[in-house]
Design a protein around this ligand. Sequence first.
Ligand SMILES: [Ca+2]
Length: 209
Amino acid sequence: MTFRVPEATDPSERLMMIGNLGCEFEDPAGVNLLPYFWRASTGDGVERRFVYAAYTGLPGGVDTFAYGGAGGTLTLRGDPGIARSGNRCLEVNGFEPERIPAEGLGFRSPSLPARPGDTLDVSFWARGNALEPQGDTALAAFLEFTDATGQHRERIDVTGGAVLRGAFDWQQVSAAVTVPQTARRVTLFCGLAPGTGTLWLDDFALDAR
Ligand SMILES: [Ca+2]
């Protein structure tokens, strides 16, 4: 991941952000089995406490997470037969579409600096099984821009027109987005739109040019 900052000594300098783009690493700060860098999140931005899915009445093993009232679960899936790269990828399972926020259930990057006018190239890979979205596509993915204090949120879709449903092998999703003039920070959200089935995500990239 790369980014620029307008306040830098050299605002044209492209800076590197350490991420977990192939989803291979657990959070080293805890034993919660969620991926380093990525946060369990809903697309609506409401802060929710994710706990073991068993505590929420939803199915899934001890590596599966959800919040009270959630309509689906999140997992850092460790299976080289499923992952696109290495051993791991992100997994979202939908069970009760009416309980999944319209903006999606999935994973969110940390807040990264953004420079107005830059073009951000976003890409990632998605795989699905038995996906039955309520809308056109099972994928919810956007960049969320804010000002420096995290206010004035503006979401720009990065599904790239991909219509994902049913069962499909790994396919790349990509989009190019211009950073709005008022934006100073950005997060990437990827997850499942309201629906049932399994969505896997792996090999993210977000680069400024
Ligand atoms: Ca991987």
